[in-house]
Design a protein around this ligand. Structure first.
Ligand SMILES: Cc1ncc(COP(=O)(O)O)c(C=O)c1O
Length: 471
């Protein structure tokens, strides 16, 4: 029997299988971009899905992975479909996928410089470049981590480390810490705070206005109330933008409040900080220069595969206080601030070189790619909102500030849960994928327009399709 080891490492098999896969994916792209596209989603029940893959695992080994690749493709949602507009996940630009493949092939981590020489250097360059764009000044720097959730947690830990000696002494004398954030913030902020032991009382949710932006006029009052109940607020977070409706908080007013009260100011720009590339929309980030830290997901508005999040600190030195980890087998000098050993500052020890995807895009297409992506998606959302407003059967939740549009079907006969039924119909139909959210206790349909190839005609057809359901 031929050795499986030599087969697994055969350059010829790699070449043949790789060509086969790239051809399959390129054909998938052609079909997705055609006027006769593949369905966006062919949903099977979880039990049927499980059965299929159990049977697959129990079937004889195939000669080549072609059928396997095909099965995975046809049993996955198609983000390249122009009708896929559910969650905030983009169709990755194909060149970024090649960067990801290179990252997987090299398997260079970055905790330790020698294991990730290129990755560490690129993370420093890109985060510093973004820091400059945000107006942070020369001391800014950062690194890349695995997703916005981990990015927010990392930053909140840094913010707490800036005002306590928690690493060595725990929370003795600091069991009253709290954060302030809009009630529309992503759940990862709430989760991070709970992981850190702040509890419900340590998460002060500031109400939002009619545009779903944090009410900055209430910040002083919330802080006073927190102080009266013995709470010490160490971090205030601005959303740029929020998840449900894509609302941008007033970063200027929030930043001024933070400075006035010597509180760390963090901007969760996971989704919307990419507007920094657009002269037309970067005003939405006015005030971001006041932040002590920002996170931005490359795998949202910057067209890379998941997960790749830049964590940028105004003062790079703050990032070394998060984890004062000693690991003799990794780093010769435990105490020194070394940008090139990124494991000193990140949760991950072994970490994929996800920076390669964004760097590949930057080098091939330049900043223009991100500018165009933001501007196309944001203006499409505005056109879509205009269509919704023209149709008496629909109601817009609020004017979109980004590429997220929330709306409801409000036909005369419709029961309150009609919007949930619409989602079920759409899922069974498979042409479109959209999601839902709850605003002011009412269910809304939610679209995040993430594919820059989506056209207004597809959005108009979506409204027609819902209308025709006549629920
Ligand atoms: C505003 C915001 N912050 C953080 C996150 C979490 O990011 P990730 O999914 O990369 O963990 C999201 C995800 O949608 C988000 O919208």
């Amino acid at each position: 029997m031929e050795s499986q080891i030599s087969k697994a490492f055969s350059p010829e098999d790699f070449r043949a299988n790789g060509h086969q896969l790239i051809d399959m994916l390129a054909d998938h792209l052609i079909k997705s971009q055609s006027n006769d596209p593949t369905p966006t989603i062919s949903r099977e029940t979880p039990d049927d899905q499980l059965k299929f893959w159990k049977d697959d695992l129990n079937s004889p080994l195939p000669d080549d992975p072609g059928e396997l690749f095909n099965n995975i493709l046809s049993r996955s949602i198609n983000l390249y479909s122009r009708r896929c507009m559910g969650h905030q996940v983009p169709p990755p630009a194909p060149a970024a996928v090649l960067g990801a493949m290179l990252s997987s092939f090299l398997n260079n981590g970055s905790a330790v410089y020698e294991m990730g020489m290129t990755g560490n250097a690129l993370e420093k360059i890109i985060t510093e470049n973004l820091g400059q764009k945000f107006g942070f000044g020369a001391a800014a720097s950062g690194f890349v981590t695995s997703g916005g959730t981990l990015g927010n947690l990392t930053v909140l830990l840094s913010a707490r480390a800036a005002v306590t000696d928690v690493w060595d002494h725990g929370l003795v004398g600091h069991n009253n810490l709290a954060i302030m954030v809009s009630e529309e913030s992503h759940y990862s902020v709430d989760r991070a705070a709970r992981i850190m032991g702040l509890g419900t009382e340590g998460i002060i949710k500031v109400p939002v206005n009619a545009k779903y932006q944090l009410r900055t006029d209430l910040l002083d009052e919330c802080l006073d109330k927190a102080a009266r109940s013995g709470k010490k607020v160490f971090c205030v977070i601005g959303c740029a933008c929020s998840t449900s409706t894509g609302a941008y908080d007033d970063l200027q007013a929030t930043g001024d409040f933070a400075k006035k009260n010597s509180i760390w100011f963090h901007v969760d720009g996971a989704h919307g900080a990419a507007t920094i590339y657009s002269p037309q929309y970067k005003h939405l980030l006015d005030g971001i220069e006041l932040a002590d830290s920002v996170i931005i997901d490359f795998h949202k508005m910057m067209l890379t595969p998941s997960l790749s999040t830049a964590v940028i600190y105004k003062r790079a030195s703050d990032s070394y206080k998060t984890f004062a980890q000693k690991a003799q087998y990794l780093w010769a000098d435990q105490e020194k601030e070394e940008w090139h050993n990124s494991g000193k500052r990140t949760f991950e020890c072994t970490k994929p070189m996800s920076i390669l995807s964004i760097y590949t895009l930057m080098r091939i297409y330049g900043d223009a790619l991100f500018k165009q992506n933001v501007e196309m998606l944001f203006s499409l959302a505005q056109e879509f909102a205009a269509l919704i407003k023209q149709n008496k059967n629909f109601e817009l939740a609020c004017e979109p500030q980004s590429n997220i549009v929330c709306f409801r079907y409000v036909s005369r006969r419709s029961a309150e849960d009609v919007n949930k039924k619409i989602l079920q119909h759409l899922l069974a139909d498979g042409r479109y994928y959209i999601v839902s959210t709850t605003l002011n206790e009412k269910p809304y349909l939610r679209t995040a327009i993430m594919n820059p190839l989506t056209r207004i005609s597809e959005l108009a057809e979506l409204l027609d399709l819902i209308d025709i359901l006549d629920l």
